[in-house]
Design a protein around this ligand. Sequence first.
Ligand SMILES: Cc1cc2nc3c(=O)[nH]c(=O)nc-3n(C[C@H](O)[C@H](O)[C@H](O)COP(=O)(O)OP(=O)(O)OC[C@H]3O[C@@H](n4cnc5c(N)ncnc54)[C@H](O)[C@@H]3O)c2cc1C
Length: 334
Amino acid sequence: MAGAGALGLSAALSLAEAGCRVSVWDPGGAPQASAVAAGMLAPVFEAVLDDAAGDLDLLLAARDLWPGLAARIGVELDRAGTAAVGSRAWLAEVGERVSGLGVTADRLSRAELGALAPGIAPGLEGLWVGDDWRLEPRPALAALRAAAVTAGVEFRAEAVRSRADADWLVIATGAGQGLAEAAPELAGLAPIKGQILRFAQRRGGRVSLRGEGAYAVPGAEGLAIGATMERGRDDTEVDMAALAPLAAAAGRLFPELAQAACEVSVGVRAATPDGLPMAGLSRTPGVVLAVGARRNGWLLAPMVARIVTACIMGGESGPYAPRLDPGRFQGRAR
Ligand SMILES: Cc1cc2nc3c(=O)[nH]c(=O)nc-3n(C[C@H](O)[C@H](O)[C@H](O)COP(=O)(O)OP(=O)(O)OC[C@H]3O[C@@H](n4cnc5c(N)ncnc54)[C@H](O)[C@@H]3O)c2cc1C
């Protein structure tokens, strides 16, 4: 296994549980998208607010694999739900799209919104959906790794440079292109840089919020406001100019944030042409791909892991495997 992010670790654990001998290689050191992420498991608002996220049925099916995985690795899922927050006109549009998907949403009174999100700007209204959850990414990475070790997975702090002599190579290298020679499909991935603000002093809020131009997630490391989508960029430099619209959106949600100190974290997402991951066999014999999860890698990780495991160990890959087949871009989807 090349890569110990959310996708690589989930797949390594699943393979080891299925009886495979797994060795995970990752040099570490560089900022990792999985550690930077907000940790939202958000099928509904991703389907509603992001055109490239994929269909709700697939995203819900991925989310539904999480309770089982979370129980196996001892991670708590925050199921308090998520509220869209914004102007009346914007919220009406969002509400229409949510109900168009057949999802139940509740309008929040101003008092209810204030209780769920203390400090929220006056004049904003809220719409709550119970289907979008979240987890804490860093503890989840640690828990996945610990569970993988318990299941017999070995770890090496080195980069994989070639197909080498393993029976199978699983490539879960995020936006990394180091193994492009081993799997031509990696050339189809485009980087999307993401910067996210963390306000360590601001812990308030009981649910994640989705606003116009930003989300706000109350996590263990403070309130996270995210995230930029900088297409074509794969650097991890802080870029204040690119952050300005996000900071402005944060201030519109919580006026006090306009003056508050924050830290910036940066990660690079990998995106396929249709926005869904490549999970399955590469054109290169013996190589399996688990890449390209774009902005929903945490949400999709257990689904990708299941497909990778079925490729190598047999068993059920689930109904969504054809939609994630890397061959769909070469017209050979099975
Ligand atoms: C700001 C931001 C916010 C996000 N918020 C969310 C969210 O709320 N919910 C959600 O579901 N998703 C979110 N995402 C997306 C999510 O983080 C990614 O889709 C997911 O983390 C990708 O996981 P990965 O394992 O594919 O890649 P990564 O986490 O990038 O891990 C790849 C690993 O591969 C290693 N590697 C690279 N090359 C090699 C090599 N040759 N050999 C060995 N190892 C190698 C790297 O060191 C790295 O550790 C967010 C992303 C960003 C940037």
